[in-house]
Ligand binder design. Sequence first.
Ligand code: GLU
Length: 501
Amino acid sequence: MSTADPQTATVRTRFAPSPTGFLHIGGFRTIIFSWLLARRHGGQFALRVEDTDQQRTVPGVVEDFLEGFRWMGIDLDEGPVIGGPFGPYYQSQRRDLYAAYAHQLVASGHAYRCFCSKERLEEMYADQQARHLPTTGYDRRCRRLSPSEIDANLAAGLSYVVRIAIPTDGDTIVPDALRGDVVFHHRALEDLVLLKSDGYPTYHLASVIDDHLMRFTHILRGDEWLSTAPIHKLIYDALQWEWPITAHVPSVMGSDGRKLSKRRGAQSILYYRDQGFLPHAIINYLALLGWSYDDKTEILSVDQLQQAFSLERVQRSGAVFDEERMKWFNGVYIRQMAIDELLDHVLPFMERPAADGGLPDEVARPLNRAFVRRVVQLDQERIKLLTDVVPLTDFFFVNTLTYPVEWLIGKGLDAAGARSGMERALGSLESNLTWEAAVLEETMRQLATDMGVRPGPLFMGLRVAVTGRKETPPLFATMEILGREETLKRVRSGLELLAAL
Ligand code: GLU
């Protein structure tokens, strides 16, 4: 949280979602950039909900964003629920404000009332299409209405929208922090609607008014919005407001090279929580999706990112989201974690019902923390997602293992050889050994030597008997943790299977 005065802060950024659905990962990346920029300069970061399209508003999305922010540790200075000096932070609660500005723009000639009915507009578009006309949309009929025609329409109670009056010639130059000056020819722009007939503003009007009134100094948004920036700039100019520093950050593509969008790849951030990602790993990975620290450093803590982030090092080209890479980052963070912290993270995953990805239901909950601690420690190197812990460790917890009996026969052995190896191994393990990995290993190696066999195939049979797996953490450490009784029980079961062959 920032302690700077919001009235005079030099950096104020915002995330301004339309709650019409979840975000894709590119949206989260833009959030991370905006938040880091505010934190870098001791400024403020706010959430503003652009719910001006009531029909398309999806219930629960804002709550999901807030929960996602809380989980990620992205702290807000202002927004819904917590409020702030420039609230309300729901645009639906600021309606009158936008209408007043729309009428101010009408009065100054920068906008006009359009009385065209839906039917007339449909006809117009159909006609433009039929005649293959190069179209910039609305044909501006109402822009040519005389004052008396307008008065007559108003007196007749006709409903209207307010449209921006794009200058008929010339250009608008949009200064962009990443691209420099971007030139838009007016003849290519449409007289877009600013205020709808129901009195609700469109995104263009509401976003500009709020960005100004809420004193945001830096506007970061995805480059899919660049085409609307000249409309925003014209409104700023008409109201004689200062254009904020604006950066249209490059898109994020899916691994197929196609742009992510609300329809492709949109997901609650909480999805990644449920997949077993750690917030800091996500933040680190996403910060580097289009920004770099020094072209080589990959692992940067949130503190480091907050100290280093700058628009200057945001790249101009698009970035590709690679979930496997994000998992790699996650694995790095998991390996760095103190074991007890890791345990706090993985225990809830392990204790979920089996149907939700937890350990088999036969395993009694709550788990024994001290035992799980030893198990997880043994596997810490291998965990990439917190959820990996379940398939990696479940054999420690279950009562019965199931595996194909042939797995018990190590390479180069036949059934009889595997059986006699297993028998002698069981005999040695049953003798009065100190139950420690090093002693167990030494004993089993000695056995291989005595039998004149290679240790590898002998150990493989034991590994499968003890874990039901061919790939496991170190075998003897596993046996140590499982304990004497459980290990012997499992080796005996393996031996019974071999004997029945
Ligand atoms: N409401 C827009 C969205 O949903 C905000 C774009 C902007 O940041 O101006 O992405």
